[in-house]
Design a protein around this ligand. Structure first.
Ligand code: FES
Length: 270
């Protein structure tokens, strides 16, 4: 006996029979991501107050070249290469932010979050979506989301660079120009940034596949099994680490900025 097919009428954008606060989460995601994009763009355009003592803002790290008019001991190279066009202003943050930005933009968690909150595709379950069809991620430009696994490699390098920044944040110069070892509140702020970013990066779905993928049985590979379990621990908390690390990157830049501007005093623990 043939089966009768029922076609449900298509809901208009935002139409739903749900009575809960389904709109709240996408709204919070929209506000949170928008605030970070606006702040990080503003901070990257400042070219100032991105360092204080041994601290370097994660939005400027690694600092390949000092911005024009600033001499930074954090800079990897003393001068711009000869081929740099003189008419092109240098914003060191933009030289590096494409990597962590691309990593977040193509992250499986963030994709789900901003497809809902920015594109309304759909805004939430059982809520009418903005677009008519769904083309998937098989065509340009969403095809580029598949670059995520490559952004992961850059993100892992950034963890090492930022961890080294924590080490450099343990050295302070006094008024006489002497350098001494110490721990300041800023050192802890930088360190927590690395912890949270590691929690986010090590929970990446691509890393989980890299560590334990393509194997049907992991129990006979103890090292990979342990690594896979560690990545899985972070992976099940991926959303939490995604937001905590995003907030803390912004706060770390803000902390260094406030200290550099003399608005906040960086307390020395010892
Ligand atoms: S899936 Fe989110 S960082 Fe890779």
């Amino acid at each position: 006996m043939g089966q009768a097919l029922t076609t449900l009428p298509r809901r208009g954008f935002g139409q739903t029979s749900r009575s809960d606060l389904w709109w709240l989460k996408p709204l919070l995601v929209f506000l949170g991501l928008s605030a970070f994009i606006v702040y990080s763009t503003w901070a990257a355009l400042q070219n100032a107050h991105f360092e204080y003592q041994g601290y370097l803002s994660p939005m400027y790290s690694p600092l390949f070249f000092s911005p024009v008019g600033v001499e930074s001991h954090h800079a990897w190279f003393e001068a711009l290469p000869g081929w740099w066009p003189v008419w092109l202003p240098l914003f060191p943050a933009f030289l590096i932010l494409w990597a962590p930005g691309g990593f977040r933009f193509t992250c499986y968690y963030y994709r789900g979050a901003y497809y809902k909150s920015f594109w309304g595709s759909p805004v939430s379950c059982s809520v009418g979506k903005a677009q008519k069809g769904y083309g998937g991620e098989k065509r340009f430009p969403l095809l580029l989301q598949n670059l995520h696994r490559y952004f992961l490699y850059f993100a892992l390098i950034f963890i090492v660079v930022l961890a080294h920044d924590v080490y450099k944040g343990m050295f302070f110069t006094d008024a006489a120009g002497n350098t001494e070892f110490g721990i300041g509140v800023g050192t802890l702020v930088l360190a927590l940034n690395v912890v949270l970013l590691s929690g986010y990066t090590f929970g990446c779905h691509s890393l989980r596949h890299l560590v334990g993928g393509r194997l049907n049985v992991l129990s006979n590979k103890p090292t990979r099994h342990k690594a896979w379990k560690g990545v899985t621990w972070c992976n099940v908390r991926h959303q939490l680490f995604a937001w905590l690390s995003l907030f803390w990157v912004g706060f770390t830049d803000f902390y260094v900025r406030m200290c550099s501007m003399g608005v906040w005093t960086d307390l020395r623990i010892f």
